[in-house]
Design a protein around this ligand. Structure first.
Ligand code: BGC
Length: 757
């Protein structure tokens, strides 16, 4: 190579490395050292810029943005005043915005692109509450992997999921987005989802950073009303709310989102105890905290901060590292630091955390790594994902009732009426939070049934569920009252052998901002059900909903009830396979179903009252309701199968003194006529403790497939983590005393034994 060539080559390498490594950092160093090197080059303004996140509602690749804010946002990106964008997706859009950050800002620091990939991107999985009903951690992990693969192909490198908020109140609309009421199940599912999103290599092109949200106690909003105040005791905070977040850290979640709500008087966003003392110090969280949408700004409405300046100050001091869409960080922090009100070290620490995640994602090596048009084309709606989301959907279905083996249905020679607007709906099964998926892309129940068997189906809508069809409008939350379709539905049902009624909530009647005061079938559907029942009681009720429903009448009268939630893209196919018995239902409720909304909050792991039982007939002074039973309609962990299982030989080997382990084993046998999957659940009751403990708590579970007549001995190890609890000062204690163990198929399991610590 002659000298001229050498010079050309060197220039070429320099240009290439500047493109690949925008901030020009020595990539042979450790990530921490690279972050430090970069921080040393940054101005205060640029560090604050990393803490600023905007939503991209403008069309980056199209005409000039028309909203004033959009121009400001673009200008801020150029000035290095933005660290992240949310709601910019699709390779073309992401690439266009990234290009501005990388090529036009002083240091060329790449943006991180966040999006709510909650249960799928374009190919949609069941809503998270439904997935939780599978209790199948591998399938849940796979579902998150699919979401990550598809979303990352559209330029996204960060999802705002999983939501790990425990919730005991089905009135809250976002109950659909979590794993239900139990901290143990919730923790296991949180880990599976994070592993699925982040994989083993965060820098791989098909993985995305995850977010454990909303820290903390968002699911405990008073009266189930969205964004409402939370008043919660330390014991519940530590033993119920915190565990899934702690587990998320064990799974190395990269980011945590704070919550909109006030917890014990302080908005989470400005709560130093939650974000700094617990999360960052006690739990040593190394990632960054993103605020919820304008939750920094909302501290003014909460009455904590007088204005945006005070709100920014509270947020940053508390430990909220990135400000989603309130503008207060970018507008206020420079002067707050210059006036000595905020220590610059806090800013540097926040920027350090954010930059670290960007390095870990590989964005400094190649800011456009998620931006391949070819990969996007071949990945989005790739048919290979169908198998996974169908598998997840089947596993999420819960059989609630099956009198006289009404199900499975015979696959031929039957005359079947299908009734209910949801049966013919190709959008509602996509549920809430599938903001990138296209309308009409789910398989409806009718399509699923028709594709599946040769039976003769006659369909009648009966009544709409909601008043409108336009996405993301209030119409979709408003119950329909029109009964004009009843006569046709009744006539259709009358002449059929079996009636499949598909009733419940529209997909957008649950989710954020969709709290309800009632838990019945919305609109006129209960009436429709009763009128059809009068002419043909041979009904299979298929429920589609995003929260536990109170359906005591159906439970009393309808022979078969299938909880099918909002199951995503493959909904109708999954339901057909269950109804015809090609998949034996194995789902188990992750939340208690009440008899009446007035029982809410109702949950299995409650404390005992001083008067838990009726002392003598006619007595009134005990803990009960005078107008309704206080027990659930369907308990936590409940779900039937087309076969039956038996549990026996419960044995306890207590070697706690020697090796801090109590081993519990049990024999489970398939006693029915069909092979099936059983979820064996182990519950523990610490009978007497210095702070009272729940009547029982889930501590372990295992799923096994058993053929007819087959039996298996399962064993579970209980160690300090399962045996201890947090007291009211947040200290973890293992106390001596007696423990009851219950093993079986749901939270009311009767097979029990005990041991002493
Ligand atoms: C929700 C978050 C979500 C954010 C961004 C908020 O309204 O509470 O969970 O990630 O919007 O879309």
């Amino acid at each position: 190579m002659n000298f001229k060539h050498f010079i050309y080559m060197s220039i070429a390498i320099l240009i290439l490395s500047c493109q690949q490594n925008p901030a020009n950092i020595n990539s042979s160093k450790t990530i921490d050292a690279q972050v430090q090197e970069l921080l040393a080059k940054m101005t205060l303004e640029e560090k604050i810029g990393q803490m600023n996140q905007y939503s991209g509602f403008m069309d980056f690749t199209g005409p000039e943005p028309d909203k004033g804010q959009a121009a400001t946002k673009l200008d801020h990106i150029k000035k290095g005043l933005v660290g992240s964008m949310l709601n910019v997706h699709g390779v073309e859009n992401v690439k266009a915005v990234q290009k501005i950050a990388v090529e036009e800002s002083r240091l060329g620091i790449p943006l991180i692109f966040g999006f709510d990939v909650i249960h799928g991107y374009k190919t949609v999985s069941p809503i998270p509450l439904a997935e939780a009903a599978s209790w199948d951690l591998k399938a849940i992990q796979r579902s998150a992997e699919v979401a990550a693969e598809e979303a990352s192909a559209a330029g996204i490198n960060w999802t705002f999921a999983p939501m790990v908020d425990i919730c005991r109140d089905a009135r809250w609309g976002r109950v659909m987005e979590g794993a239900g009421e139990d901290p143990f199940l919730g923790s296991e599912i949180a880990k599976a989802r994070i592993q699925g999103f982040q994989g083993d290599d965060l820098s791989a092109v098909n993985t995305v950073a995850a977010t454990a949200k909303h820290f903390a106690a968002y699911g405990f909003a008073e009266a189930g009303r969205e964004y409402n105040t939370v008043d919660i005791g330390t014991s519940t905070l530590y033993n119920v709310v915190f565990p899934p977040f702690r587990a998320s850290l064990d799974a190395e979640v990269k980011t945590v989102m704070n919550a909109f709500n006030v917890v014990n008087g302080i908005p989470s966003t400005g709560d130093k105890f939650l974000l700094r003392d617990i999360l960052k110090e006690k739990w040593d969280f190394q990632g960054f905290v993103v605020s919820d949408w304008d939750s920094v700004g909302e501290m003014v409405a909460h009455g904590l901060a007088k204005n945006g300046r005070e709100a920014a100050k509270s947020g940053v001091i508390a430990g909220s590292d990135m400000d989603m869409e309130s503008y207060h960080y970018v507008e206020q922090l420079v002067s707050l630091v210059k006036d000595g009100e905020v220590d610059e070290a806090l800013i540097t620490d926040a920027a350090r955390r954010i930059l670290k995640v960007k390095f870990e994602l590989g964005l400094f090596e190649d800011p456009y790594k998620y931006c391949s048009i070819e990969r996007e084309k071949e990945t989005i709606y790739n048919p290979k994902f169908k198998k996974d989301v169908l598998d997840m959907a089947k596993k999420s279905i819960v059989l609630l009732k099956n009198e006289n083996n009404t199900l499975p249905l015979k696959s031929s020679g039957q005359n079947i009426a299908v009734i209910g607007a949801l049966a013919d709906d190709k959008t509602s099964p996509l549920g809430s939070w599938r903001i990138a998926a296209d309308d009409g892309t789910a398989v409806s129940v009718l399509e699923g049934l028709n594709a599946y068997t040769k039976n003769n189906y006659s369909y009648s809508k009966g009544a709409d569920v909601v008043t409108g069809k336009k996405q993301f409008t209030q119409e979709l939350t408003i119950n329909n009252t029109d009964k004009s379709g009843f006569p046709e539905a009744i006539a259709t049902a009358k002449s059929a052998g079996v009636v499949i009624m598909v009733l419940g909530e529209h997909g957008l009647q649950s989710g954020e901002g969709r709290s309800r005061t009632r838990l019945d079938l919305p609109g006129v559907q209960q009436d429709l059900l009763e009128q059809v029942y009068k002419v043909n009681p041979n009904i299979v009720l298929v429920l589609q909903n995003g929260r536990p429903l109170a359906i005591p009448w159906a439970d009393e009268h309808i022979p078969a009830i299938v909880e099918a939630w909002h199951l995503g893209s493959e909904s109708g196919n999954a339901i057909a396979e269950i109804l015809y018995g090609d998949y034996n239902p194995s789902g188990k409720l992750p939340m208690t179903f009440p008899r009446h909304v007035g029982q809410v909050p109702i949950y299995y792991n409650h404390k005992s009252t001083g008067r838990p039982k009726l002392p003598s007939p006619g007595e009134v002074f005990w803990s009960h309701y005078t107008d309704e039973k206080h027990t659930p309609l369907y308990p936590f962990g409940f779900g039937l199968s087309y076969t039956t299982f038996d549990f026996e030989e419960l044995t306890i080997d207590n070697s706690y003194t020697e090796n801090k382990t109590v081993s519990v084993s049990v024999r489970v046998t398939n006693t029915g006529q069909k092979s099936g999957k059983v979820t064996t659940q182990l519950y523990l009751q610490d009978e007497f403790a210095s702070v009272t403990r729940p009547v029982r708590e889930l501590k372990a579970f295992e799923q096994v497939e058993l053929n007819t007549g087959e039996s298996r001995v399962l064993s579970f190890q209980l160690q300090d983590k399962q045996l201890g609890f947090y007291n009211n000062d947040g200290e973890f204690l293992i106390e001596e005393g007696s423990f009851q163990v219950y093993v079986g198929e749901d939270s009311q399991a009767q097979l029990s034994s005990s041991f002493e610590l």
